[in-house]
Design a protein around this ligand. Structure first.
Ligand SMILES: *Cc1c(COP(=O)(O)O)cnc(C)c1O
Length: 488
């Protein structure tokens, strides 16, 4: 396209407005009919059509608007669909469609300075402090997700354990730091320990209590004592509020008491499960004790239904948070007034200096729906997981592998010989057919089908359809030649 000037802005704003309105209509159509759009594979022609080559010459917004709608929009992950239960994926909200347009228009840099986006983020963090009963002295920052929030939180815990000099001198020391978490802890914790130079072997995986799935507290105390006796330096207990495999919760109150006695940091991984805090009885009791954590990592993009990506780290004491991250070279000096004012700056609470306006999609979700309705949606997800558990228990071909505690349901086909292979194959076939998305995981050595319901679009009939689809697939597969493990 030939241009009269070198501007990257439209030459014809009226034409651009019409293109943009068409794209918005296509997006709204897609969401209105989300029920008709499960995951589907990206055809080879489409992948080829995405090629950028060397991208020397642009084609203009009109062509790109059409390409996005035809080549990209139809091939989403699929988690906008009501029968998506795989891994832990949030659904997204229409409030997010509005907020992303506004955020893109503003193009705010939320690392610091004095502008509207910073006030929105502060409101979101204040609200979270109130929800999780953290003290006024707490601080927080929005990050990409719980993985990043974990790095920030454990960096603060490490700094607190090693003292301020470690920021200059690094973490060389005689007594290696050790941390404690339940056996089924999420790998984000392991990655954070690796990244922070403590190494994955710093993590002690404490066996789970067979009833609750939370850490066995006697084993935990034994492990801490053994490490102390061997010259290690225990520094942190990591409580899990909603484990990725089973939705189990640690007894956070008990962990907080042990941390107080042993002078350890309590970090809580509440990526999705922290939000039972706003659910109705009895599910809100699961996250009891979370208010005693020294740090909390959680996501808005999972169980708060907010668009990707958006996580949160809260630190109980802002002084600790700043001690690990605050730094202002001359080119970032704050000003008394003007856009360079507006202390405190979020760049002093994590690793990112330039940051997008994640807070707006959270703020709009809270304003549009409110805590009560979001809490009710979380409650409903737990009820649906329980319903799925009931359907599984009633089906003679299926069995529940673990009791349903929150929003997770793990189950298996009944087959002594080939259950691993059947479960794997059924999960994949239902994905390919667009019927329902289950993921798989291993529980006590068995590959099981797993549903994590963080989906505000799911209705009871979706649970029925999904479980019936599993049964039908199993019956059909069993009557065909022997199974193969499609895991590859
Ligand atoms: C998803 C998850 C994480 C990682 O969070 P991201 O937002 O994907 O980075 C950590 N812990 C648990 C329990 C999770 O479910």
């Amino acid at each position: 396209m030939k241009r009269d000037d070198d501007s990257l802005d439209p030459q014809d704003w009226k034409a651009f407005r019409e293109q943009a309105h068409r794209v918005l209509d296509d997006c709204i159509d897609r969401l209105e009919h989300a029920r008709e759009h499960p995951w589907r594979p990206v055809p080879t022609e489409v992948r080829d059509a995405l090629s950028l080559g060397d991208a020397n010459d642009g084609v203009g917004t009109d062509v790109v608007a059409r390409e996005m709608v035809e080549l990209i929009l139809p091939y989403a992950t699929g988690n906008t669909h009501p029968r998506w239960f795989g891994w832990v994926h949030g659904t997204g909200l229409v409030s997010g469609l509005l907020s992303e347009m506004v955020a893109a228009t503003m193009n705010s840099n939320c690392g610091g300075r004095d502008h509207g986006a910073a006030y929105v983020e502060r409101e979101v963090i204040s609200w979270c402090k109130r929800v999780f009963d953290f003290p006024e002295t707490a601080s927080g920052v929005l990050v990409a997700g719980t993985s990043q929030a974990t790095v920030v939180a454990l960096a603060v815990a490490r700094q607190k354990a090693l003292g301020d000099a470690s920021r200059k001198q690094g973490i060389c020391h005689d007594a290696p730091l050790t941390a404690y978490a339940v056996m089924g802890v999420h790998n984000a914790i392991v990655k954070a320990l690796e990244l922070l130079g403590l190494g994955s072997e710093a993590l002690r995986r404490v066996p789970a209590d067979s009833q609750t799935g939370g850490m066995n507290l006697i084993e935990l105390r034994k492990s801490i004592a053994a490490d102390r006796a061997h010259g290690k330096r225990p520094f942190c207990i990591i409580g899990t509020a909603g484990s990725v495999d089973s939705g189990a919760y640690d007894d956070l109150d008990a962990l907080a008491t042990i941390c107080a006695e042993e002078k350890l940091w309590l970090h809580v991984d509440g990526a999705f499960g922290a939000w039972t805090k706003i659910a109705e009885d009895p599910w809100n009791l699961l996250s009891r004790g979370i208010e005693r954590a020294d740090s909390l990592a959680t996501d808005f993009h999972k169980w708060m239904y907010v668009q990707y990506d958006c996580g949160l780290v809260l630190i109980r004491d802002e002084k600790d948070h700043r001690a690990a991250f605050a730094a202002r070279p001359a080119y970032l000096a704050g000003q008394a007034q003007g856009v360079g004012g507006g202390e405190p700056w979020f760049c002093d609470y994590g690793t990112d200096l330039s940051r997008g306006f994640r807070a707006l999609k959270v703020w709009t979700a809270l304003r549009c729906y409110g805590r009560t309705a979001l809490g009710r949606a979380i409650t409903r997800n737990c009820e649906l997981a329980r319903l799925m558990g009931d359907y599984v228990s009633e089906a003679e071909e299926l069995r529940l592998v673990l009791p349903v505690q929150s929003n997770l349901c793990c189950f298996s086909v009944v087959d002594d010989e080939h259950a691993n292979a059947w479960n794997t194959q059924i999960a994949q076939e239902l994905q390919m057919q667009g019927e329902a998305v289950f993921s798989t995981t291993k529980i006590n050595g068995l590959t099981v089908m797993r549903a994590a319901i963080t989906n505000h679009r799911t209705r009871p009939e979706d649970i029925r359809i999904a479980i019936d689809a599993v049964r039908t697939a199993f019956i059909r597969l069993k009557s065909s030649p022997s199974p193969h493990d499609g895991a590859g």
